[in-house]
Design a protein around this ligand. Structure first.
Ligand SMILES: Cc1ncc(COP(=O)(O)O)c(C=O)c1O
Length: 439
């Protein structure tokens, strides 16, 4: 098992942009299948194994049976290409089914539509593109810009960069959710898009979507809800009897929703959804070209070739589990989440940030450095997920943590005691908070 070095703030890009790459030749002769397999297993040994429950993010586990069918479907369709629905009608059918089921769950209607993308980032980029182009079709935008809460995912900045629009990040409110009136103040005549998260990744809190919807409708601008984490979780949390704030197409002003199939949809990685209230909006996401010798080329998403693997994986899991299956998983998940909350409650040094409605929990402390705690937790062989502002430790609870929650809480208690004994210098928090690496 690999352990994260204490305070490793080197961003793990491989290679770093300014680093010379070490050129290596292909092996002279091919290896046997057995050797290749062995080499792959060796490589895998350096990875953190999600199944051991020591990763607080990156993995979304429901059961071994779910993982097995997700992986089997991904592998069965790995070499199909959703770019070519005439050659691979299976991909088209599965994509339509997955989109339709998600729209049904999120209160879409018969005019709604959507696409499967490679991940939340692509879904968000496409929502901004569709909104920009749809708005431009009816009015000129001199300085096109979007307004998002400061807690929104960097995918919005990436979208703004790629699409050459400006972005304003508005500081969140005292409850760590989007500050609605400040968002309104940031809107100008060239703002075409505002966004909310359900929930935000740093804080795990659902923004006040209904209030933002009123603003979007009043100003005639697009409201996107980034439900990459919550889209396939929150409806089942609600069905389980827990209250959940409104965030989906039930809210009138919501024009598009991003929701990841590879998070709480439990599909293999590489699958997300971008959904639109109205298929006319969806059309503006597409790219059309015919100025090359091969004729018309139309793609719904950013990709050209799109593997059918992740699409099939999502289709398989949704059919394997059904609504009852997702609900049963979510019931256990919320019981587990409540065990974490009860455990945090017993540690007077920690405060849970805001009132999490779902299963992403962030804890902060004004009594002890969470970075010292994280350091000690790393020494105890836990991968740590940190938040920079405010300094926090995070846990995205999923069922893989069922078997290890008590060990985690016991170690956390010990790590707090250790950190208290450290008495870090006063600047410790500040120095380290500015260098936290999200992942
Ligand atoms: C709220 C939220 N939005 C967007 C994304 C981006 O998704 P992806 O990493 O699949 O591109 C994430 C990823 O964690 C997220 O948590």
């Amino acid at each position: 098992m690999n352990t994260q070095p204490a305070f490793n703030f080197t961003f793990p890009i491989n290679p770093m942009p300014n680093e010379a790459i070490n050129l290596i030749p292909f092996p002279r002769q091919g290896m046997s299948v057995e050797t290749v397999r062995q080499e792959l297993l060796n490589l895998q040994r350096s990875d953190w194994r999600h199944s051991e429950g020591r990763l607080p993010l990156h993995g979304y586990f429901a059961s071994k049976a779910v993982s097995d069918i997700a992986n089997e479907a991904a592998s069965m369709f790995a070499n199909t290409n959703a770019l070519a629905p005439n050659a691979f009608p299976s991909c088209k059918k599965m994509e339509q089914d997955v989109v339709s089921m998600a729209l049904h769950l999120l209160n879409g209607n018969s005019k709604s539509s959507g696409s499967i993308t490679s991940g939340g980032t692509e879904s968000i980029i496409l929502s901004v593109k569709a909104a920009r182009d749809k708005t431009r079709a009816s009015r000129a935008l001199r300085r096109p810009n979007i307004v998002v809460p400061s807690s929104a995912h960097p995918a919005f900045d990436k979208a703004a960069q790629l699409l050459d629009v400006a972005i304003s990040r508005v500081p969140v409110d005292v409850d760590w959710r989007c500050h609605v009136s400040a968002m309104e103040q940031a809107i100008d005549g060239d703002t075409f898009f505002i966004a909310a998260s359900a929930p935000s990744l740093p804080y795990g809190l659902i923004d006040p979507v209904s209030e933002l919807s009123e603003i979007a409708l009043k100003h005639g601008i697009w409201l996107h809800v980034d439900a990459c984490i919550g889209g396939l979780l929150a409806p089942f949390v609600r069905q389980t009897g827990y209250p959940v704030s409104d965030f989906d197409f039930m809210v009138r002003g919501v024009r598009s929703i991003s929701t990841d199939l590879h998070k709480f949809g439990y599909a293999a990685k590489g699958a997300s959804l971008i959904l639109y209230r109205d298929k006319e909006d969806h059309q503006f996401q597409y790219s059309h070209f015919r100025n090359w010798p091969k004729g018309e080329y139309i793609t719904p998403t950013l990709a050209g070739t799109r593997s059918g693997g992740p699409i099939a994986s999502a289709w398989a899991v949704m059919h394997f589990l059904g609504e009852d299956g997702y609900r049963e998983i979510t019931k256990r998940l919320m019981i587990l989440r409540d065990r974490y909350l009860a455990g945090f409650d017993e540690m007077p040094e920690l405060t849970v940030l805001g009132r999490p409605e779902l299963t992403v929990l962030t804890v902060i402390s004004d009594k002890v450095s969470v970075f010292s705690i994280a350091d000690e937790m790393r020494r105890r062989n836990w991968y740590m997920s940190l938040v920079a502002e405010p300094a926090g430790i995070q846990q995205t609870v999923n069922l893989v943590h069922e078997s290890i929650v008590d060990t985690y809480l016991k170690d956390l208690k010990a790590a707090i005691a250790f950190a208290r004994a450290q008495e870090p210098d006063q600047d410790f928090h500040l120095q380290h908070a500015s260098r936290v690496v999200t992942y």
